[in-house]
Design a protein around this ligand. Structure first.
Ligand SMILES: [Fe+2]
Length: 265
């Protein structure tokens, strides 16, 4: 067995597209979208700049199953199974996690603006250094022993969820050479039945990586993708304690929050 050179070790990356090439593809699709007059607002499943979506996205209409039949076999949870302390991702370990403590809150609403009550909202995220505790995340950023990055809560009578957590960092991924995801928090809203679960990502304002990111840009409508960006709220920011962000999730209607496939990065 011969030793590999650094170039050989990175050969799969070296063969990949550059950011400039991916950005040119993103710009071309955005221009075609703008010229088309399309009203699509969701993420495209077949979006070539997001390389791994090209071969794995559904090509056929999903099999339509009987929702009531699925419910007979699906996981269930009771409202008493969710401890209120699970909404604070900063207290799961003995010490304080590293990073910028923040509160993220908002409401889950239907298309008419009505609160969606008692919904299970789950989040998962990288730590302040952009590192997940996951075997597929091996990039050289520190694991924080005081931060796991998962939390959940139930919405209240007004549809509100609220988490205390750490602002996640951006992280590299293998889509193309020097690809970095904008900082984000993954959200799952369970619905009242297993078949209603939806998954999306929340971003932070003014992230310089937005324009470069094929996952964010896979939503061709600029107004729709901006609905994934939280708003900084100084009234929510707590002195000497935490910054505050607000982000509502709208399940239906013209202002619907774009949702995605379950295995997105
Ligand atoms: Fe992620």
């Amino acid at each position: 067995m011969t030793a590999t050179t650094p170039d050989e070790r990175t050969s799969s990356d070296a063969a990949a597209a550059t950011q400039a090439e991916v950005s040119a593809e993103i710009a071309e699709i955005a221009a075609a979208y703008a010229a088309s007059g399309s009203t699509e607002t969701g993420p495209r499943l077949d979006y070539a700049p997001y390389r791994s979506s090209v071969l794995r996205h559904p090509t056929k209409d999903p099999h339509h199953a009987d929702p009531e039949g699925i419910e007979l076999w699906s996981p269930v949870f009771g409202h008493r199974d969710v401890d209120p302390l699970e909404a604070d991702l900063t207290i799961a370990h003995r010490g304080e996690p590293v990073g910028e403590r923040m509160v993220v809150t908002g409401r889950v609403l239907d298309g008419a603006g009505r609160p969606v009550r008692h919904q299970l909202v789950e989040i998962w995220q990288a730590n302040a250094g952009g590192r997940y505790i996951h075997k597929r995340d091996q990039h050289p950023a520190a694991i924080d022993p005081n931060f796991t990055g998962v939390g959940r809560c139930l919405t209240g009578a007004d549809g509100r969820y609220r988490f205390t957590t750490i602002k996640p960092g951006p992280y590299p991924w293998k889509n193309h050479r020097n690809a970095w995801r904008p900082a984000h928090i993954h959200f799952s809203v369970f619905g009242t039945e297993f078949t209603q679960r939806m998954i999306t990502q929340m971003y932070f304002p003014h992230d310089p990586l937005f324009a470069l990111d094929p996952i964010y840009q896979a939503i061709p409508d600029p107004a729709a993708r901006e609905r994934l960006v939280a708003a900084y709220d100084h009234d929510l920011t707590t002195p000497e304690w935490a910054t505050g962000y607000r982000w509502d999730i709208v399940l239906t209607g013209t202002h619907r929050t774009p949702t995605e496939q379950e295995d997105d990065q």
